[in-house]
Design a protein around this ligand. Structure first.
Ligand SMILES: C[S@@+](CC[C@H](N)C(=O)[O-])C[C@H]1O[C@@H](n2cnc3c(N)ncnc32)[C@H](O)[C@@H]1O
Ligand code: SF4
Length: 460
């Protein structure tokens, strides 16, 4: 099989498994390290950071892993839970996990804190206070620049918002997705325009000025005229930014599990809505500087920052040491209760992996040569991987340029998800590509009708 075809297969597989975040993708990870190994890895990373004079701007991520409902488009492994007692148990576990890591991180001043996914608003105001107290007690958040949380409008209340403001939150995303009641009902989700208005008013009342709204375009009973209506209603609310996501039928979605069809007609319809939404997104979003908008992306670009991610189904990144994750709720609960036999999935990262990862993550926007050399203390042009970059430049897949400050950069020629996803695979370690090629040979059925499968995940 030609290399480009292997890249296409890999691009689909990673998206379908909802594992497109790290390099190398979870697909290539092993399952044989334990809690002590993660602590050793972190010590190694923190030693590297300590010795370097530059900032590393670490992120702390936390999940509040319960949902009020199970929305059929959702790509998370959902846990619907309504009992407050279970939320207390969750907080107990979070506190135990924080205790495990607190010593290792005692001198680290985190730069951002992000709380997202599932429905963080589901816990009570008192529990929200305890949640942030745990983070502040066990980690140094005294110099955090962006404290961000993502909330569902229909579980937002004034007492919770008040706590949030007291806990220094300065950026919020409200998960709207759609305001059309028929679409929402079909997808097992409830909320209306008044919930969204109320949530935004409360955020503003308590001084949280930066408000982002997330919308989705998918298809199950969604109509382009209703989508346009949602956009009109959103416009009136004057959020700071809006993000529109196009539906991915990943293997975790109820949609895929129940219907498992996402036809070319559906895809085209979704893409029309998405294009409309993206135009609005660009017109609406007032903040154009990445540092103010998404400090974590900015940090990834400028510092290749590490991430400590608490809770399971979450990927931590200890710079130049490992990626790792805990697999299941039952593993997690045993682990925090001191069971040292629980295995983590992981991938060992050397400097070369960090470089590939950095390039893949940033070439979609741009990679500045001087920033690269500041982070890695290496000249990009002198590295072996630059030969692969040169090849892509010769083929006009990547282009080199200079911005107005005369900073030289390299980036993908087209701003296209599909194009950059496929061609970024040519930077992968060749051993991984060979390994995946064998996987394709052994699992041909999984990739039938690959062209349609790719269209399901890429909007262009
Ligand atoms: C994991 S979700 C959290 C959603 C949130 N709990 C809510 O109630 O809406 C984070 C964002 O990912 C997007 N998202 C969720 N499932 C998706 C899918 N299957 N395809 C594309 N985007 C998705 C949504 O726009 C959502 O705002
Ligand atoms: S979209 Fe949000 S509320 Fe719905 S199932 Fe997913 S995480 Fe839960």
């Amino acid at each position: 099989m030609k290399k480009i075809d292997i890249y296409k297969h890999l691009s689909w597989k990673i998206k379908y498994e909802a594992g497109d975040m790290p390099y190398p993708p979870v697909l290539f990870w092993k399952n044989n390290i334990w809690i002590e190994d993660t602590i050793i890895a972190w010590k190694n990373t923190l030693n590297i950071i300590k010795k370097s004079e530059k900032n590393h701007n670490m992120w702390l991520y936390v999940h509040i892993p319960f949902c009020y409902t199970n929305c059929s488009f959702c790509t998370c492994v959902v846990k619907v839970e309504h009992k407050e007692k279970k939320y207390d148990e969750y907080l107990d576990m979070l506190e135990k996990e924080s205790k495990i890591y607190t010593d290792t991180f005692k001198w680290v001043k985190f730069n951002t804190v992000y709380v997202w996914w599932w429905t963080p608003t589901i816990i009570t105001a008192k529990q929200t206070k305890r949640f942030y107290d745990i983070l502040k007690n066990y980690f140094d958040l005294s110099e955090v620049k962006q404290m961000m949380t993502e909330w569902s409008p229909y579980t937002t209340t004034e007492d919770k918002m008040k706590v949030l403001a007291e806990c220094w939150i300065n950026k919020m995303t409200f998960w709207v997705q759609s305001l059309d009641s028929k679409t929402l009902k079909k997808n097992n989700r409830f909320q209306n325009i008044d919930d969204v208005k109320n949530a935004i008013q409360l955020a503003r009342k308590y001084g949280i000025e930066y408000i982002n709204l997330d919308l989705m375009t998918w298809i199950e009973d969604q109509d382009i005229d209703w989508f346009k209506e949602t956009i009109d209603l959103i416009e009136d609310l004057k959020p700071t930014t809006v993000h529109v996501n196009a539906f991915w039928p990943t293997k975790n979605t109820t949609y895929t599990q129940l219907w498992n069809i996402y036809s070319l007609d559906d895809i085209n319809y979704r893409n029309d809505m998405y294009k409309y939404g993206r135009k609005f997104e660009d017109h609406r979003s007032k903040i154009k500087e990445l540092e103010k908008d998404n400090l974590q992306l900015y940090n990834a670009h400028n510092f290749n920052s590490s991430i400590l991610w608490l809770w399971y189904w979450a990927i931590s990144h200890a710079y130049s040491s490992i990626h790792y994750s805990k697999l299941s709720f039952s593993d997690y609960s045993k682990l925090v209760d001191g069971d040292k036999s629980i295995r983590f999935i992981w991938y060992k990262l050397d400097n070369n992996d960090e470089i590939i990862s950095y390039l893949i993550n940033n070439l979609r926007n741009w990679v500045y040569f001087d920033r690269f050399s500041k982070i890695f203390k290496l000249d990009l042009i002198s590295l072996g991987i630059y030969k692969k970059i040169e090849k892509l430049i010769e083929l006009w897949i990547l282009v080199v340029g200079e911005n107005i400050d005369y900073w030289k950069y390299v980036m993908f020629k087209f701003n296209s998800d599909l194009f950059s996803s496929i061609y970024s695979k040519s930077l992968y370690n060749d051993k991984l590509i060979d390994e995946f090629s064998n996987y394709i040979d052994a699992n041909k059925k999984e990739f039938l009708n690959l062209q349609l499968r790719l269209k399901q995940f890429f909007t262009d």
